[in-house]
Design a protein around this ligand. Sequence first.
Ligand SMILES: Cc1cc2nc3c(=O)[nH]c(=O)nc-3n(C[C@H](O)[C@H](O)[C@H](O)COP(=O)(O)OP(=O)(O)OC[C@H]3O[C@@H](n4cnc5c(N)ncnc54)[C@H](O)[C@@H]3O)c2cc1C
Length: 443
Amino acid sequence: MKNFEAPSRRSFLKTLAVAGVAAGAGALTGCGSAAKATTAQSDITWDLETEVLVCGYGAAGASCAIEAADNGAKVLIIEKAALPGGSMARCGGAIMGAPTRVQSELGITDTAEGLYNWVKTCVNEKYELCPDDIIKTFSLEAGPNVDWLEAMCTEYCGRDLFEVAKAVENSGAAGAKQSGGGNGVTSGCLNATGCEYEKFGLTLEEAIPRSHWAKSGAANSGPELFEPMYENINSKVGEGTVTVQFKTALSRFIQDDSGAVIGVIAKTEAGDINIKATKGVMLGTGGFPASDEMKMRFCQEALAYKTYMCYDCEGDGILAAMGIGADLYNMPNYYPIPVAQVYSFDPKYNKVFNSWLNMDDEGFMEVPAMNMAEFHGGVRINTDAQVLDIDGNPIPHLYASGCDTGTNIFGVPSNYPGCGTYVSFSLAFGRIAGRKMANEVVA
Ligand SMILES: Cc1cc2nc3c(=O)[nH]c(=O)nc-3n(C[C@H](O)[C@H](O)[C@H](O)COP(=O)(O)OP(=O)(O)OC[C@H]3O[C@@H](n4cnc5c(N)ncnc54)[C@H](O)[C@@H]3O)c2cc1C
């Protein structure tokens, strides 16, 4: 069964007329000015139609798509790049969570409440950077999500995700730098790393290991961590419940008269298309680490840094959400990486997942000095992953997770809760969004 109608021959002139300047140039590069695209539904020529539209095929998008499809929705993923994965498939390979099956097998007693207390201590130490209910929701989801991914790996990849026997000693903030240095100390392990634990009154021995590192023959295991979701989605594509369209970039939202998001305008090589989504739209476009224009607007200090994050993440989703009145949060925080690093991945994934930064044939990715990772700012969401407007009201049918959000648990860099936080948060609210949209009753 087909998931959505095949692209019809369309009238770009008509589309532009109904969407005003919304489809104007510049959105792909993050340079476009945001404009509201509200129009009568009957005036729109729809090129594609689906129930759940997921923008971005990285951590947030993939988890959302799987959850929506597993809950019975027909899903279309649009991805700006030619290959999937985003930053997640080139990450160090850690996902945080508690309590998990791996912790239990290693005899580590842990609870969601313990994770909540830890994240709250780190993130809200100085400022109320993340609403308490978001931290609570995250903490309840994080452990089950690690187990979910582990089971998915067994089912869809036929291998173990984690190398349980290879637990190592906790290694604090320095350990995080080492993992980026590609010396392989973390691949396959469960440990406490990536946080200045002492700052919060804990010795390394006392810190509870919650960073689960995927197993890999290479030093870094982002591809292995992402692969279960990739194979799951491939299987759903085969069944016809999920469709993926690459080289297709969210540009602007289309709303009905009530303000509900009913679709998007997306850029393709053939021109702009209108995509209808009856149950909702997911923002998972990975924030704005690769956009100097966005840095200029929100965080000029970061202009001194290049990024090691996915080069396709230029703030398109955040701009589109701004265009329909989404509120922003925590925009000036980002994660600087002053020292040069080398990441090393299994080269068999070179042509499977997106890459940038001169990935060589042997899977080495060099990160020059004066680099940066995520911006920690983006749209405000609630515990249902709904995007909020400036009055705190949900924008109907619009959801977000990952680096497109600003109400997250990333904190300021020196207060980062530990390795695996980004992926874990992205999956938590990605899955929540997928579930919510799938269960939306369409009139
Ligand atoms: C080298 C490196 C190491 C890291 N190590 C870790 C780690 O060990 N643990 C951890 O938790 N985090 C780590 N991170 C961070 C983590 O990978 C990201 O924070 C996480 O992937 C963010 O998820 P996301 O879904 O928001 O973005 P992504 O995973 O980047 O996905 C965003 C996707 O959206 C696509 N996109 C962009 N614009 C559009 C558009 N307009 N329309 C459609 N698609 C679009 C992008 O191409 C991309 O595929 C690391 C990152 C890097 C680069």
